[in-house]
Design a protein around this ligand. Structure first.
Ligand code: HDE
Length: 751
């Protein structure tokens, strides 16, 4: 019954290929060289191109928008066609010999449809399979040309489009978001000198020091090979067996057992480049650099019991959160901050800057903010963009360079290699989401799924038949740092790499007491799932070297004695660090207050309508997301004979999906809620997970019915439990919003 436009579906790539542009050669087309007879191979002229997507991206928030228009397809108002563009008359029935007879082999429409379907899946990423991404831009704060000639940092206010993908590591593509895991934080910058991929994580260190161990690490954490369990979890024997035999993983394990591994949102995670990189200026001078992304939203995490329950309530919790924030216009932002240091400074540190299990404490090398990233557009199509995006550490631009970190060196190979099997061949750079915004020009040809139609007879260089083009650009192009190297070819690692404990201790000592107790609890949980006593024991023996009190707390939960410390790999005295408060998640409350925080307002028939409306409007005005929640959908009558629309039920929107809860006044409403197990569980869980609670008038009755304590365990007042009456609502709302901006009231915790 749809109205179809008179015209047939239209493929926007065709006019570009067969229209004016193809009949009249454009500047930059190789068969009409812009500079006549240049046969040398050191031409440094810019070679302009009129092709779509080439040159400096247009100004505006999302310059990737227009290059991608070429391949966007919208079916609205269009008739169906086959992949060959043939109009389809009937999409319901296959072609049969008699209505009850066999299906004809000649039914090319049926066969095309089924064949395409049969091949819809591509291999998922071997790690980081589960992820979500968004478009946005990076804006430089200042000209960094002193430090680097990377063009994205060349002037204040310069914007470079980005596509950023966040991910879990161990789980499969359909696994849950809120599992305990490292999160990937990969940013593709479409710079005007080619693509730069900063493929980082939400933790600044890694499990291993050498690429040689990566397949072993990943095999150990993935589901065990005999029975494919457990999914998306490190809490099993093979993982802990491996890491307990690799004490270099100790520092990273501290991070993974901390609340960093269960973020509240992708928007509230830091990102780190992990390795030491280099920046090179126009004079070829190099400085070392570490990359940090700091979220303007602050750093916030879930608590473990909540994370585990969200896995059931909404496995897409982080994906939905990112999508909804962007759709609502609450664009997440991160500041890019650098730690810049010289080779001499590096030589004086008591750790090796090439060791990816070490951080450089902010107190030693301060962070300098150089720009911000804003994510402001959701992808149009998950597969085409989020799934097909190919991040590679080898994608680097002039002005940046690698260090000799042996983990990074291995990654430079791995990422391009893996895309070839994942995306089906060497032309994955032509997939629209991967294509740079500058025109690609080289003599690489053919291969599976080639898109470019390279013109002319010349596909080699040097050439004279093509005027020498495309020509290398000499010093304007990518140049590696001239690092003098004269060493023996050996397998091994530097001695400083052998300190596996002092920074693990630094991390642990820099946490607040509640964060420390969460670390102990996480070890306990994971090792309880481990079935082999010797593995548990080895982990404990290793923990003794970090902190005997922590080891004792974990051992206690396992009903074990603390074993003797594992022998260390070095005789050198380990350095002592002062605590670094910046390593605590609580040190970054963020600047966005209660924006995008979800608040449930629990109601039933007889609720005080006036206060519900006041609370709802007030939260909405500050950018929070209030939801009226009840036992069933439809309308409920308010005590003043009005009606409220119920937005979601207690069953479909359980407590773990909300950052806070309000129980409004109304005797009848509260007594109905007090008879509903879902409502009782709701307030119990909100309380257990340390979330702000506000009860108005009779609303306090629901907490009593649920057995929720009115004070903290030590008897003192609970700052995030706000009791009020309709008359004092404005003041109470202010206190409630403060508590909500403060995220959690950990003083309440009894887990
Ligand atoms: Fe990765 N990693 N990795 N990794 N990694 C992949 O590449 C690899 C490492 C990271 O959203 C794979 O396209 C090796 C550190 C992220 O698409 C693969 C080593 C860090 C993503 C690969 C490491 C990362 C990946 C799998 C040790 C933080 C997801 C699919 C030598 C700095 C990117 C793919 C996305 C993905 C290899 C260690 C981050 C197999 C060999 C350290 C964020 O190429």
């Amino acid at each position: 019954g749809q109205e179809l436009s008179a015209e047939m579906p239209f493929n926007p790539t065709k006019p570009g290929e067969y229209g004016e542009a193809s009949r009249n050669p454009q500047p930059g087309d190789t068969h009409t060289p812009a500079t006549p007879a240049a046969t040398g191979s050191t031409n440094t002229e810019t070679i302009p191109s009129a092709k779509v997507g080439s040159g400096v991206p247009p100004a505006g928030a999302n310059p990737t928008n227009e290059p991608l228009d070429r391949v966007r397809v919208d079916g609205a108002g269009q008739g169906l066609t086959t992949n060959q563009g043939v109009p389809v008359a009937d999409n319901q029935h296959s072609l049969k010999i008699g209505l009850r007879g066999p299906t004809a082999l000649e039914d090319f429409i049926l066969r095309e449809k089924i064949t395409h379907f049969d091949h819809e899946r591509i291999p998922e990423r071997v790690v980081h399979a589960r992820g979500s991404a968004a478009h946005g831009y990076f804006e430089a704060y200042k000209d960094l040309s002193e430090l680097t000639r990377a063009s994205l940092f060349s002037e204040a206010g310069k914007r470079t489009p980005v596509f950023t993908r966040f991910s879990t590591v161990a789980g499969e593509r359909g696994s849950a978001d809120t599992v305990r895991d490292v999160r990937g934080f990969a940013v593709k910058f479409y710079t005007d000198e080619g693509n730069w991929d900063l493929v980082g994580n939400n933790m600044p260190v890694f499990f291993i020091q050498d690429a040689m161990k990566f397949p072993d690490l990943v095999h150990s954490v993935k589901p065990e090979p005999h029975h494919q369990m457990p999914q998306a979890s490190s809490a099993h024997d093979t993982f802990w067996d491996f890491v307990s035999l690799m004490p270099e993983s100790t520092h990273m394990l501290m991070w993974v057992m901390s609340d960093r591994a269960i973020p509240r949102s992708y928007r509230t995670m830091q990102g780190f480049g992990v390795h030491t990189f280099r920046m090179l200026n126009a004079a070829g001078e190099s400085r070392f650099v570490k990359f940090h992304w700091n979220p303007v939203q602050g750093t916030h995490s879930l608590v473990w019991d909540e994370a585990a329950k969200i896995t059931g309530a909404d496995p897409d919790f982080h994906r939905r959160d990112l999508w909804e924030a962007i759709e609502a216009g609450a664009f997440p932002e991160w500041e890019l901050q650098l730690q810049v240091f010289t080779e001499d400074q590096a030589a004086a540190f008591e750790f090796d800057v090439l060791d990816p299990t070490k951080i450089i404490p902010e107190e030693m090398v301060p962070l300098v903010a150089v720009g911000k990233m804003v994510l402001n557009r959701n992808p149009d199509n998950f597969f085409a963009e989020t799934e097909q995006v190919a991040f590679c550490t080898a994608h680097i631009v002039p002005g940046l360079d690698f260090s000799n970190d042996p983990l990074l060196q291995g990654r430079i190979h791995s990422y391009v290699d893996t895309q070839i099997s994942r995306l089906g061949g060497p032309n994955f750079h032509e997939i629209p989401i991967n294509a740079p915004v500058v025109q690609v020009q080289n003599n690489q040809r053919d291969g599976m799924h080639r898109q470019a139609i390279n013109r002319g007879r010349v596909n080699y260089e040097p050439n004279s038949l093509g005027g020498g083009y495309p020509a290398q650009v000499g010093s304007r192009g990518f140049t590696s740092f001239r690092e003098p190297v004269a060493e023996d070819k050996v397998r091994g690692k530097p001695e400083l790499f052998a300190d596996h404990y002092s920074q693990a201790r630094l991390f642990y000592n820099s946490q607040t007491p509640v964060e420390q107790s969460h670390i102990a609890a996480a070890y306990r949980f994971e090792l309880t799932r481990v079935q082999t006593p010797a593995v548990r024991e080895r982990v404990l023996a290793n923990l003794v070297n970090v902190d005997p009190v922590l080891a004792a707390a974990v051992a206690h939960g396992l009903g074990m004695e603390v074993p003797p410390a594992l022998p260390m790999a070095t005789d050198r005295p380990l350095p002592e660090y002062d605590p670094s408060p910046a390593l605590s998640l609580l040190s970054r409350p963020g600047e966005t207050g209660i924006k995008t925080r979800k608040v449930a307002i629990l109601v039933a028939a007889g609720v005080d309508g006036a206060s519900v409306r006041t609370i709802y409007a007030s939260l909405l005005a500050d950018g929070a997301v209030p939801r009226v929640v009840s036992s069933q959908l439809g309308k409920v009558k308010t005590s003043d004979n009005g009606a409220l629309d119920i937005e979601i039920t207690l069953e479909a929107g359980p407590a773990v999906l909300y950052d806070a809860v309000v129980v409004p006044d109304g005797e009848d409403s509260v007594s109905a809620l007090s008879r509903d197990a879902n409502a009782l569980d709701f307030v119990r869980q909100q309380h257990r997970h340390c979330k702000p609670i506000m009860v108005v008038g009779a609303g306090a009755g629901l907490l009593q019915a649920a057995g929720v304590p009115a004070t903290l365990p030590d008897g003192s007042e609970d700052p995030a439990l706000i009791g009020t009456h309709s008359e004092t609502l404005p003041n109470a709302l202010a206190a409630f919003k403060d508590a909500l901006a403060g995220h959690r009231s950990f003083g309440r915790e009894t887990d």
